[in-house]
Design a binder for this molecule. Sequence first.
Ligand code: OGA
Ligand code: NI
Length: 349
Amino acid sequence: MAGAAEILLSKRVQEMVLNGEQPPELYISRDGSEGVDVCSASTPVPIVDISFFSSSVPSDVQGEELQKLRSILSTWGCFQAIGHGIPTSFLDEVRQVGREFFEQPMGEKKKYAKGVNEFAGYGADPVPEEGQFLDWSDRLFLDVYPEDLKQAIYWPENPKSFRKILEEYTVKIRKVTEVISRGMAKSLQLQENCFLDHFGERATLQARFNYYSCCQRPEVVLGLKPHSDSSGYTLILQDDVQGLQILKHQQWVTVPTISNAILVLMGDQMQIMTNGIFKSPVHRVLSNSTRERLSVAMFYTPEPDKDIGPEDSLIREDKPRLFKKVRNYASTHLEYYQRGMRAIHVAEI
Ligand code: OGA
Ligand code: NI
């Protein structure tokens, strides 16, 4: 089986679509009974204007916004960030270079092909364990911060502006993470640099450009299987094609596309650091039969060799410690992910 997966993984989903091929067996993850209904729930994913978290905002106004943030992250575990200061025209450029990369001929993209069991580069996820399904999507995964972790061989030469735009986006996203990390700390009455210190100066940022090709049978595949992220938190830029869904109260809720918003989604490590107050939501991506979808996920993750555990002051008599300290959680997460499972129970007491 692993052999078959490797062969399949050597061919990109986009190639199969261009060749008019039906999804092979290993991609068929559903029986079709769920359909491809992407209608949204009555309460959409909340929108948060993060400009309220800057220190120049009067504390009474800010207090109310912080309370709202805390409540959203304790229930949804994600929000659509606006007021982040990145112009929509620049977000459009990021989406554009991502799209242009995938629209190039296969030969050009394969110059950046990843090793089957590596992460960095162009291709699909490492081969999962036997019995697991493959995602109906292709990716370009790049380490973007700290600078010395960048692997230049995987950074596309074309489109010409790709590198510059991604570098600029990284700088901007780092600033956004500072604002969000401070806001989240303040919302929990913690010292404002608390999470920034826990993440560390060499907290990593990794970019994943996800390209979801159309599928003639969208009801039997998934663009991305259900999972929670191993990151601290993830910042997702969507285009105007819906597909991303969050699991809330056992129901899949579609995340609306908003051109100037960045979806901020808690990963397992924020759930651990907040002693379970913030939730790391399970999410997935549906395929559709008419339009390709592009997203750019930026994973913001604490330095891998740091001990990550619940913040001391969030452990109280009425809220006992839920998690132990973990180190290099990403590798534990991957081990379970490859078996189609969540990993957070490993950190539970
Ligand atoms: C991810 C992810 C969502 C999307 O890359 O982990 O959840 O919309 N992406 O592509
Ligand atoms: Ni994810």
